[in-house]
Design a protein around this ligand. Structure first.
Ligand code: SF4
Ligand code: SF4
Length: 339
């Protein structure tokens, strides 16, 4: 394990940014967001960013292909420029786990080459939590906030940053940083982990579990009477899906540029009324059906098709951002009474 004094963290960032783009969680217009580091930019004190780190691999909008027309000929242009290596620093344990969920969607056959390209070029440096919030429940999905996944993992104490590599990419990064760091004893990290786990044990959602959704419950959950009362206040705003690190729905559209066509994709939300709109009509005509779809996907369909892995990492974003205070914990607690 390596260590560097917090007073030298800007030097550490500069060393990383010398060779590749570096993104850190920083305060921007009063909100914690991942930002491209530039000299003097400090890390936020907030626990987590408003939007998750999934943006780096699955951005909110991206160009897929362009078609340029001249007379009867059509030129097909691949607009991809994501060949730059980058480091995402300070990813929390919940977001670090979300990548393995997204991988199960985008890296299975047929592989999404846009996503795969970004995954190949990105190095994830996660940051252990020391002050988990009341909305956190990552441990419900077997995530240890004191020991996150990632190519490399950091622990920030009062005066120092400790860092350890988990993968080859992480080793490569640390090799470069080694001259400015010192070998460190793990004792301060172990002490912080113990404290963090003590706090996690006292959090209000400590005993929350989705275990009951893992079995053969599809029809029982789908046909529950509870969906009516759970969904009746939902505004269909899609906030829960946009802040969620594991939501992966998107739309593909063509845009006429005048001299050709640009095809792009953008995030979509199963909470939107036109999400399933097709030429033949819309199979989900009520907010109840749309609301049910989101939670069925995370709690039932995804685990049924992915070795029991749920489509949630317990980041708590939907708990704090939904304008009607609806969230996956309320839904699961309400439905589990019937299982
Ligand atoms: S469903 Fe909510 S708590 Fe779960 S990962 Fe998405 S935003 Fe986070
Ligand atoms: S559950 Fe909440 S955040 Fe999600 S669409 Fe409905 S009102 Fe918006």
């Amino acid at each position: 394990m390596l260590k560097i004094s917090l007073s030298k963290i800007q030097e550490l960032f500069a060393a990383i940014a010398a060779d590749e783009a570096l993104y850190i969680p920083a305060d921007h217009a009063g909100q914690p967001e991942f930002m491209r580091w530039s000299e003097g930019m400090a890390m936020t004190d907030a626990l987590n960013t408003v939007r998750s780190a999934k943006d780096f691999f699955f951005p909110q909008t991206e160009d897929l292909v362009s078609f340029k027309m001249e007379g009867k000929s059509i030129e097909i242009i691949d607009p991809r420029t994501e060949t730059e290596d980058f480091v995402v620093f300070g990813v929390r344990a919940c977001d670090a786990r979300s990548f393995s969920i997204l991988d199960r969607v985008f890296l299975v056959d047929p592989v999404d080459s846009y996503y795969a390209n970004r995954r190949e070029h990105g190095t994830i440096v996660s940051m252990a939590c020391s002050r988990p919030a009341e909305t956190c429940f990552c441990h419900s999905f077997g995530i240890d906030a004191a020991e996150p996944e990632g190519d490399a993992v950091c622990w920030k104490t009062e005066d120092a940053l400790y860092i350890r590599a988990n993968t080859e990419k992480g080793e490569k990064l640390l090799e470069k940083l080694r001259p400015m760091m010192e070998e460190a004893d793990e004792a301060p990290v172990k002490a912080q982990q113990e404290k963090t786990r003590e706090i996690l044990g006292k959090l209000p959602l400590n005993s929350f579990t989705t275990e009951k959704f893992g079995g053969d419950v599809l029809l029982k959950v789908f046909n529950s009477e509870q969906w009516k009362s759970l969904s009746e206040s939902c505004l269909g705003c899609g906030t829960c899906t946009f802040v969620c690190p594991t939501c992966q729905c998107y739309d593909i559209r063509d845009f006429k540029t005048g001299s050709g066509v640009k095809r792009f994709r953008c995030w979509d939300s199963c909470m939107y009324s036109d999400f399933t709109l097709m030429a033949s009509g819309n199979p989900r005509t009520s907010q109840l059906e749309r609301f049910r779809q989101r939670f069925m996907h995370k709690l039932v369909y995804f685990p049924a098709n992915n070795d029991g892995i749920y489509g949630c990492v317990g980041c708590g974003r939907c708990l704090s951002k939904c304008p009607i205070s609806m969230n996956i914990v309320k839904v699961a607690k309400c439905l589990e009474g019937e299982l």
